[in-house]
Design a protein around this ligand. Structure first.
Ligand code: SF4
Length: 260
């Protein structure tokens, strides 16, 4: 069994907003497409404490979220919590409300695989939609009109977050706003080391603390990366695995242990 504490999936690089504090950078017309690789990886038997859909704006591509959730249902991936970071703003031209509702229902179905009750009163909600109320998002939202908060409020708890300028990381569009150089240095260090894959012989388990999967199936140990950093990984000397490589490493280890 493979156990991942925090699995973050880059659902899309599209986003209708243009927030000044965005550590990703400018929106790109790329969305998650590594379904086959993800399927091979999940086929091994995977449990996830926290599954996070990140972006860009994940709700611009509900069909991507739905596809991933369906793969997880197929392989009975155990998921304890799903978390979606959204601006809550989807432009009229691209909204697929029915698909969003269907996706959210499927997510609840996936969480039931783990036998968890989805209760609004629960201290630890299993499906959590984060809506940021930062000043940066507010500025960026101004010209856009259709919000999904009312819909989400019906079926999920919502959380919100504010940003302090001093906590911004100087990358992406926040390059000139950012203050957290210590955090930036820590990101570089962890990406140089690459994904941590720990073998626990006693528990017969492979443990991965954190894994960020990009739209095309590259894996980083960090989610706080700009698009430029991900795409110039060689220049930064980051150790990057593909999902296929991680699958092979794990399979090789399991084969080795079965022989002993
Ligand atoms: S911070 Fe989020 S909502 Fe704002 S531009 Fe970046 S990805 Fe889009």
């Amino acid at each position: 069994m493979v156990h991942i504490e925090s699995l973050i999936i880059e659902a899309t690089r599209q986003c209708a907003l243009n927030c000044a504090h965005c550590l990703r950078g400018d929106s790109e017309a790329r969305s998650f497409s590594a379904f086959g690789k993800l399927e091979k990886f999940l086929k091994q038997g995977v449990s996830i404490d926290s599954l996070i859909f990140s972006g860009g704006e994940p709700f611009l591509v509900p069909e991507v979220l739905l596809h991933i959730i369906n793969i997880m249902l197929k392989y009975e991936t155990h998921v304890s919590q799903i978390y979606i970071a959204t601006s809550g703003v989807i432009p009229n031209s691209t909204i697929h409300l029915q698909n969003i509702i269907l996706t959210l229902h499927k997510m609840l179905e996936l969480l039931k695989v783990d036998g968890l009750d989805i209760l609004y009163e629960s201290d630890a909600p299993s499906l959590l939609i984060e809506l940021s109320n930062s000043e940066y998002h507010a500025e960026s939202r101004e010209q856009l009109n259709l919000k999904i908060e009312p819909l989400l409020a019906l079926i999920s708890k919502k959380d919100s977050r504010t940003y302090k300028e001093s906590s911004l990381i100087p990358i992406g569009r926040a390059e000139y706003l950012g203050m957290r150089h210590d955090k930036y240095d820590a990101i570089l260090k962890s990406c140089e080391k690459g994904i941590e894959i720990n073998i626990d012989d006693e528990e017969d388990e492979v443990n991965i603390p954190e894994m960020y999967i990009t739209f095309d199936g590259r894996c980083f140990p960090e989610c706080d990366l700009s698009y430029d950093m991900m795409d110039d990984a060689d220049a930064y000397e980051f150790k990057v695995y593909t999902l296929d490589e991680i699958t092979k490493i794990i399979k090789k280890d399991l084969r080795k242990r079965n022989k002993v």
